[in-house]
Design a protein around this ligand. Sequence first.
Ligand code: ADP
Ligand code: ADP
Ligand code: ZN
Ligand code: ZN
Length: 842
Amino acid sequence: PSPKKPLPFTPSGYVRVRGAREHNLKNVDVDIPRDALVVFTGVSGSGKSSLAFGTLYAEAQRRYLESVSPYARRLFHQMAVPEVDDIDGLPPAVALQQQRGTPTTRSSVGSVTTLSNLMRMLYSRAGDYPEGQPLLYAESFSPNTPEGACPECHGLGRVVEATERSMVPDDSLTIRERAVAAWPTAWHGQNLREILMTLGYDVDKPWRDLPKKDRDWILYTDEQPSVPVYSGFSADEVQDALKRKAVPSYQGTFTSARKYVLQTFATTQSPLMKKRVARYLVGSDCPLCEGRRLRRESLSVTFAGHDIASISRLPLKQLAALLKPYVEQTAKGNAKHDRAHPEQVIVRQRIAADLAARLSVLLDLGLGYLTLERSTPTLSPGELQRLRLATQVRSNLFGVVYVLDEPSAGLHPADTEALLTALARLKASGNSLFVVEHELDVIRQADWIVDVGPAAGEQGGMVLYSGPPDGLAKVEASQTRRYLFDEAPPPARTPRAPSGWLKLEGVTRNNLDRLDAAFPLGVLTSVTGVSGSGKSSLVSQALVELAAESLGHAAAPEEEEADALAPTDTAPTGGRIVAGMDKVRRMVRVDQKPIGRTPRSNLATYTGLFDHVRKLFAASPDARRRRFDAGHFSFNVAKGRCPTCEGEGQVMVELLFLPSVYTPCPACEGARYNERVLAVRYRERNIADVLRMTVDAAFDFFADDEPLRRPLGVLREVGLGYLRLGQAATELSGGEAQRIKLATELQRPQRGDTLYILDEPSTGLHPSDIDRLVAQLDALVDAGNTVIVVEHDMRIVAASDWVVDIGPGAGDEGGRVVASAPPAEVARAKGSRTAPYLAKAL
Ligand code: ADP
Ligand code: ADP
Ligand code: ZN
Ligand code: ZN
């Protein structure tokens, strides 16, 4: 059902906020209706999240925690007490916030949605058991219980193994030349070689020429013989010394390469060591359960011919189709068995109906291409949020406020209507919805708009309008107003001509099967398609990996630390780049991941401009007199920083029975430096004053310093003039982090040979921010670079030079290039689900 324009809206009651001052909020008073769809709008950094999450949700959470025991309180995710005088009429709140970065806990689609519990119940109570096998409890169908887990792999489904190929990457080398790369380096590795000499192995023959028996023993034996070792002797001298029973240099104990790798991986405390040995491990399916994670008894129970592991690998859409006949009781089953056990027939129908109802919400939200077993860390933040939203729609809670953060993120415009339907269902069951959103199609469906602004940071933090959507038309200061009511299309533009083509052949990855694709060089390309069609598989995974390989570096050098610890899986991207890489010298991904995980990295350190600031301070007469160098002005170096907080500016206070809190450091009052360093002035300001300046203020302060003016100017151009130089990485939103990365790129000298890849850069951006972003991307292209974005926002797609539309559907129904042409042509493409939406934006 398509959502209709809401009837004139009469609120039933209000949440009254008085004196909100969280982050940049300017003592805000606002009344927000309950039992309504309320959308918070405003440019990025204006204070929407500070109001919706930082104030309303935080306060609801705080009140709830007050009512539970101190012990339980500690178990919850802690939120600070918001800066607000008073909030009245606030119901309990549930936040469905998008977590960026890698989620810490490993779970699956089935567990997040609780569908897996129902599946286990279905198999336990209504599965087909082999003759004579007793019924199993539901737990027996979970790989996470001792009753269910496969005894070989302990329910992981995978075993890690060290193989000859993984441990001996180059078999033309000899043992002396470190053929066994997996062995430790330095003295320990040398010991092992000397032990092999005592044992009579030839360490100077190429590895591949050694007999298989010898190679296997060296790599795999569990024996750990202890033998006399003669350091520095040749092979003959060693054998001679052994015969003479000469006094050895030392007694050495042998460890095979596999034993060393597995033992180190399992026991080392050093992440670096773990990372080193993980390189020599490969994952493979468990031989006993074939990757299905369960005991044999559990796997012998079937439903509709599938064991529970295989059914969890079906796309949800297929799973729903498979259940349908059981819900409608038209399934052809074992009639004789059913007559004998009428109770099982009833149980089967009930559980199947419940599963089908829950699945239908997931399908509505465009998630039918997921499988129950898909692990949540591989989902995008938007997918995860919609999964949790779907779970809530079926939860029968009422009287709560759901606070959501850009639920349209990652969603193709074709799927936005289903999202609105899900939100409408939550509202219809008596809940309030507070949604931070930029997507105009969602904003138009709101009962009420709270528009925050007028600009970002210090220039924002005020409520410009709070009322039904129509009333916003009269609010001059609102940026949102221009986009919501101004239907005039952007000026027509002529697409730029490509300077060449980057051609990929035979790409195989996730749902892509031997796909050929081509991206134009020297222009801005948007890759479009419904959620799950394969955009990220093609661009963020395959293209990135293949290009990185061809440039000769790893795909993701700095990120994915957690994953680097896991053994490599044996499913590399299939395919290759057959043309165009000769024009690409560099590849840069501009994503929304945090620029750092601790308050020690900040805007100034990340962009590198702080290095120059420190040099300026070190060159000042004050500093020269004291013989201070640039290191004194780093809060990460002992000689200059405050010893009490070690340069953090804050200290943690542990409170008995209460969440621990951070307070400004009592010694430096948050300045981060010791007094001697703070006494040094550059133009009347000390280093802590500079860190407290906004980019705008610093731009004026350092106006005559060219090396600082340029990066500061670029930061202003990307719309970050309101950020403070010392603003910690942890306090920045994903959109802000992304724009800092972009600014860092824009200030580089341009050589026109870089490939930029952006995955949904519009996330978290107001339409006015998007116009600015497009201008920045254009600047990169005008300097000769290539920019490829994965996007749903039709403003960006319309402003591109070229569009590659992937689809037509999701999962198995996608993975093909539906259209590849300039925007105007794709807007007319038959069979493209993007075409009608693009046509409207042109
Ligand atoms: P929006 O949701 O409208 O994009 P936010 O509410 O996230 O805006 O941010 C409003 C302002 O508060 C911005 O200047 C932002 O940099 C700042 N801010 C956000 N989070 C924090 C924080 N944890 N500590 C300090 N300042 C913050
Ligand atoms: P899009 O970026 O267009 O939303 P994706 O490339 O993320 O689409 O997904 C395409 C298909 O590949 C989907 O069926 C999805 O479930 C599957 N897929 C994507 N990433 C993974 C992964 N890490 N593991 C397993 N399947 C994946
Ligand atoms: Zn197993
Ligand atoms: Zn301090």
